[in-house]
Design a protein around this ligand. Structure first.
Ligand code: KE4
Length: 431
């Protein structure tokens, strides 16, 4: 059990000034209990808390730190930028560089707009789709999380479901009525929503690999089916690649599955750890955005030069070192294989969902293809599973409804420790 006395003190102090003591709910450990470790540094695959505890981490800031923490090229890029002031609120050459790089990496993206978070990206993309089609409704999938904009907090995943507030107070009936819901992987449900709302649906937004109900993969044909229904009904297909973008492949899930959306939302990795989001896609649609078109969207710190320096360094590294993806996928494969071998040795048949460097285990022997499947797992088991790992120095996302985020910084020894810890914790839980 890590000694957390400084974190405990900081947490009680934090709770006096910050709601729940955190600036994002899932960090508060509400779903797993206990005191969240206050982190004061990180390097490579390791994070260190205020009490000097070291953890091998499988969160990586919820995705951005795909190369591990404090990567030299990214840190150097930021250090070299800060002396030229932190922000101008005017166009810069670096914004042109990163836009060109994103367009070259993301197969369906012809133009891109930088914003400051994944939420801003998805919120803007849906507004753009509504403006472009002159329609109000959109379809999202239960358990998918697209950030905290009002229209998405309907059967959302991630922290929303972890907090037990699937439909958040403060979201008006007026907003909710335009959000249509379908189970993930259910094309029939999508078809019936489209038929019952003819000419009214502006967009379908989907996580091409869901990571906010745990890791849930698209069934073969699901993404292709969404493409088809959008083509047949003039609906804008939006891939929320905030998590999968630049992680599953240089061109994200759309490259991996070779299914092209009309708009793509990006975040996390794109900023290299700095607050960056982006949305992009077909020029014909993107030119509906102000100042070219009538759909308004703006941001004081959008394209911030320091954030662009970090993001450009990250994306350049990924674009120029395709071996990163081989390593990422090897890390994922080794952990999956280790987990499977543990389950066999222990006579357990829990479900592991995995793709590339996204993975998690559900406490159920049934397959998990949508949110209801994920909720039917024995989520009470996640709490001892999480703390059993934390006590042994392995930091998992503190929620059963999250994918783990792996990085290239995990060495074979780290992977062995992650796998051994998985075995030891499950053995202890089931003895
Ligand atoms: P942000 O606004 O948090 O940058 O991005 C929202 C978002 C959009 N789309 C997807 C697919 C996402 O996963 C996210 C954010 N992911 C969560 C973790 N599952 C962020 C962690 C948090 O809320 O603190």
């Amino acid at each position: 059990m890590p000694q957390l006395s400084t974190s405990k003190k900081l947490f009680s102090e934090a709770e006096k000034y910050i709601p729940g003591g955190v600036n994002s709910p899932v960090r508060a450990f509400k779903a797993v209990g206990g005191t969240p470790a206050f982190i004061n540094s990180a390097k490579g695959a390791y994070i260190f808390d205020e009490d000097g505890n070291k953890y091998i981490e499988l969160i990586n800031s919820w995705g951005p730190m795909v190369l591990g923490h404090a990567h030299t090229e990214i840190s150097e890029a930021v250090k070299n930028a800060v002396d030229q002031s932190l922000s101008y609120g005017a166009p810069t050459a670096k914004e042109v560089d990163i836009a060109k790089l994103i367009v070259s990496m993301m197969p369906s993206v012809e133009k891109v707009r930088m914003v400051n978070s994944g939420t801003e990206a998805t919120m803007s993309a849906v507004r753009l789709a509504r403006g472009y089609t002159n329609r109000n409704k959109f379809i999202k999938f239960e358990g998918c999380y697209h950030g905290h904009a009002d229209s998405f907090l309907i059967a959302a995943g991630s922290g929303a479901v972890t907090m037990g507030t699937p439909n958040s107070p403060g979201v008006t009936e007026g907003t909710a009525k335009d959000t249509l819901l379908a189970p993930y992987n259910d094309l029939d449900a999508v078809d019936s929503l489209v038929k019952s709302n003819p000419e009214q649906i502006a967009a379908i937004i989907v996580e091409p690999v869901a990571g906010n109900m745990g890791c849930v993969l698209p069934k073969p044909g699901f993404l292709e089916g969404l493409r088809k229904v959008c083509d047949e009904n003039g609906i804008v297909l939006i891939f929320d690649e905030v998590m999968t973008g630049f992680r599953l492949a240089p061109g994200g899930a759309q490259e991996y599955f070779n299914v092209m959306p009309d708009l793509t939302c990006m975040g996390k990795i794109i900023g290299g750890g700095m607050p960056v989001g982006a949305y992009g896609g077909k020029q014909e649609i993107m030119d509906y955005i102000s100042p070219v078109g009538p759909v308004y969207q703006a941001g004081t710190l959008s394209g911030n030069p320091i954030a662009m320096a970090a993001g450009y360094a990250m994306l350049s590294h990924l674009n120029e070192n395709k071996s990163v993806y081989k390593k990422l996928n090897e890390v994922g494969e080794k952990i999956k294989t280790g987990y499977e071998s543990n389950l066999e040795k222990l006579g357990l048949n829990y479900t592991i969902n995995h793709l590339g460097s996204m993975i998690n285990m559900f406490f159920t022997d049934k397959e998990v293809h949508n949110f209801k499947d994920a909720q039917n797992a024995d989520t009470d088991k996640f709490k001892p599973f999480f703390h059993g790992h934390l006590d042994r120095g392995v930091y998992l996302p503190p929620s059963a409804f999250e994918s783990y985020f792996l990085s290239t910084a995990l060495s074979d020894e780290d992977i062995d420790k992650v796998v051994q810890t998985h075995y030891d914790v499950l053995k202890e839980m089931h003895s």
